[in-house]
Design a protein around this ligand. Structure first.
Ligand code: IPM
Ligand code: MG
Length: 363
């Protein structure tokens, strides 16, 4: 029996292309694992009315961790049009399966390293090495939303100022979730000798929920005197990240702001082709590229697989396979530094699998 059982969820669109590339690299590094395929994504929605079928959740509960490619999401109206007619009228509604997975499995840390690899022509600067800790289970992603204000809500204080036809999405932040993400960020900083943790928020306006997040971070900072702590409003943070990104080290943020700074930071180090992500709990983890399914490129083996390959590196690290993780990181760094194999986003003409093979060849 193999040492690890890894759920393998390519999803749809280019998810399949990049996951095939990731397998070339994992096989090259000789990870002793069984890869168990699972269904997730747009086709499951269209044919079964559920983009995250129960059998896939079952598969996850029988594995050590999962690798996930990408899935297509479309607005509600289009999602309902594409649903198999036999499922219409059953009140089904599309909800992003990755967001559901994060909540269902309580994968409360969304860890997103953004490192500039030397020789990447897409780097904004070459000296960037940021790590984002994004809260992954609540905030504006809680999914408590009302297209019309429910009657019971109308009598709440302040609601007299709200138009009768308003739509409402609740931003929900709990002390527990704030504490555990902040704690994870500081512990990471301590373990990896990082010098600075910056809390991203909008507590000057969103006083209650972001105030809780910021206060929680401030309190936690007291236990880590060796780490410099500061904070910034999300809008200013976006500006500072463009102006002086080299000054930042570890960022910690509630879910939505974390989502925003993730894409901004990924672009600083080469764009979505380089953005990798780990959704992590104390017992399980799902690793993925941060990019979407880019349906127009599906099956063309054109997109950059590095985000997924770097996600596989995160997985190796999480599994405790630190030597293999380090070897993979060096191989990636070497291929980027030499610059002979580049995908189209990097100005080259190498395909998805060629990039993976080049990395595998250096392992
Ligand atoms: C991400 C993505 C997702 C998110 C989408 C696909 C639901 O943007 O992982 O950052 O918003 O979290
Ligand atoms: Mg995002």
């Amino acid at each position: 029996m193999a040492r690890y059982r890894i759920a393998w969820l390519p999803g749809d669109g280019v998810g399949r292309d990049v996951m095939e590339a990731a397998r070339i690299v994992l096989d090259g590094i000789g990870l002793d694992a069984d890869y168990l395929p699972g269904d997730i994504g747009w086709e499951c929605w269209c044919h079964e009315g559920d983009p995250l079928p129960a059998r896939t959740i079952e598969l996850l509960s029988n594995t050590d961790c999962a690798m996930f490619g990408a899935i297509t999401s479309k607005p509600a109206a289009i999602a309902n049009q594409e649903l198999n007619p036999s499922l219409a009228g059953k009140g089904l509604s599309y909800r992003s399966p990755i967001v559901r997975l994060r909540q269902l499995l309580d994968l409360y840390v969304c860890l997103r390293p953004c490192k500039a690899y030397a020789g990447n022509p897409l780097n904004y600067r070459d000296d960037l090495d940021l790590v984002i800790f994004r809260e992954n289970t609540e905030d504006l992603y809680s999914g408590v939303e009302f297209a019309e204000i429910p009657e019971a809500m109308r009598s709440l204080p302040g609601m007299d100022r709200v138009a009768a036809d308003a739509a409402v999405s609740l931003k929900i932040n709990t002390p527990r979730a704030c504490e555990r993400i902040v704690h994870a960020a500081f512990e990471f900083a301590r373990k990896h000798d990082r010098k600075r943790v910056t809390c991203v928020h909008k507590a000057n306006v969103v006083r209650v929920t972001d105030g809780l997040f910021l206060e929680t971070a401030r309190r936690a900072a007291g236990a880590y005197p060796e780490i410099r702590f500061d904070d910034a409003n999300i809008d200013a943070m976006c500006m500072w990240l463009v102006k002086n990104p080299q000054n930042y080290d570890v960022l910690v943020a509630p879910n939505l702001y974390g989502d925003i700074v993730s894409d901004l930071s990924a672009q600083l180090v080469g764009g979505l082709g380089f953005g990798c992500s780990g959704n992590i709990s104390d017992h399980y983890a799902v690793f993925e590229p941060s990019h979407g399914s880019a349906p127009k490129y599906a099956g063309q083996y054109k997109v950059n697989p590095l985000a997924t390959i770097l996600a596989a590196r995160m997985m190796l690290d999480w599994l405790g396979e630190t030597d293999k993780a380090a070897a993979l990181k060096s191989a990636v760094a070497e291929v980027i530094r030499r610059g002979q194999v580049r995908t189209y986003d990097m100005g080259g003409d190498a395909g998805t699998l060629e990039m993976a093979q080049a990395i595998a060849a250096r392992l």
